[in-house]
Design a protein around this ligand. Structure first.
Ligand SMILES: [Zn+2]
Length: 374
């Protein structure tokens, strides 16, 4: 790696730290406002659950499946609905939902065929004080990312396939984000580059879902300005929901491009925001080539030729009463848009799906196959 030190650091003022926190807060809310605030006019009408016996599901290989009074799968076989008690549901909104309970419920009726379980609650607005999404990593089998291999799948009722459980409080976050962001957390940032923003890229030329700029300008006096897509400013942990595609380092950690396609990554040392958009001070800018990353963490195993490219997910919508057909239709359409091998339809505007975000290199499949049903 190469480290360039600018001359003398003259910008070390006592107010830099509080301003950094202030800007971090602004950055958070900027991310928040880029999430579209759609009015889905969610119906309050709910149908009573049928008391169908589980044996009925064996006959029909299409159509909705009633596994249990409180656990169903819709006719498109993409949207499971788990009706929770008020207390269990509220715990999710408090940021402490029982994801193990949801996973174990799913594995009572479904085989261990899913890389991801996506849990969505049905909030019409973002709950105050709650995160927009959270990835609970269950295992890592990939070497070369800056972290070890481990597998806690058994604790969630999975025989070994489950990689991550993602929770997002609103179903709209499938299309608006942070869905692409939460998926990227399966691989980054586990320490492959240093960062002052835990789990994310921070002040680096990563230009992706987990933050970073694509251009950096040296303004002198240890001051720099990062920009993204031609505009001053960037996020250190996100860059505006599903409006941006995965950056090169994200594609590399995901196993979708090789080291030969990964350019050098610039990382700021001890960065701190100034009060100007995209502007920060740093002791130095360190450049890591792909070879530097390999020297430090080893090659990615499996390599781009052997890596998993096709991912299966089970989507479980949690609610306190059975969700309406209108809600199911909207969620199912968004899952179809997210997973289609092509651009999403016009309802997504300029938002990116998995195919666009990965340059068509990987797929996500939300359909529960008949063979997966026990
Ligand atoms: Zn994150």
């Amino acid at each position: 790696m190469t480290t360039f030190q600018s001359a003398h650091r003259t910008f070390k003022n006592y107010f830099v730290l509080p301003i950094a926190f202030l800007l971090f807060g602004i950055s958070c809310s900027t991310d928040a406002t880029t999430l579209l605030d759609e009015d889905d006019s969610i119906s309050e009408d709910v149908e009573e659950t049928n008391d169908d016996t589980p044996s009925d599901e064996e006959v029909d290989t299409s159509g909705a499946v009633v596994f249990d009074q409180d656990f169903t799968l819709d006719a498109t076989r993409t949207v499971a609905n788990y009706v929770l008690s008020q207390a269990d549901y509220a715990q999710f909104l408090a940021g402490d939902g029982d994801i193990t309970m949801v996973a174990e419920k799913a594995y009572e009726y479904l085989d261990d065929d899913f890389d991801y379980i996506i849990i969505l609650s049905v909030e019409e607005t973002q709950p105050s004080g709650l995160f927009y999404g959270r990835s609970h990593l269950i295992q890592n089998q990939v070497q070369g990312l800056g972290t070890g291999v481990y597998n806690n799948a058994a604790s969630y009722g999975s025989a070994g396939k489950l990689k991550s459980i993602i929770y997002m409080p609103r179903t709209e976050y499938i299309s608006n984000g942070p869905f692409l962001h939460e998926i990227a957390h399966s691989w980054g940032n586990k320490g492959i580059i240093p960062s002052t923003v835990g789990g994310h890229w921070g002040f680096a030329s990563t230009a992706g879902q987990l933050g970073g700029f694509d251009q950096i300008e040296d303004l002198g006096n240890n001051t720099y300005r990062g920009s993204l897509n031609g505009q001053n400013g960037f996020g250190t942990f996100a860059n505006g929901g599903n409006s941006v595609v995965y950056g090169a380092l994200e594609l590399y950690t995901m196993g979708l491009i090789g080291p030969d396609e990964l350019g050098s990554i610039q990382v700021a040392v001890n960065p701190e925001w100034t009060q100007n958009a995209g502007e920060f001070t740093a002791d130095a800018i360190t450049t890591y080539t792909a070879q530097d990353l390999i020297n430090e963490h080893g090659v990615r195993v499996p390599s781009v030729s052997d890596s998993q490219k096709d991912f299966k997910a089970l989507t479980v919508v949690i609610s306190t009463a059975e969700i309406s057909q209108e809600q199911i239709d909207t969620i199912s359409a968004n899952l179809e848009n997210f997973s289609r091998q092509g651009a999403p339809d016009g309802s997504w505007g300029s938002l990116k799906n998995f195919w666009l975000a990965t340059q068509g290199k990987a797929t996500f499949d939300f359909t529960v196959a008949q063979e997966s049903i026990q």
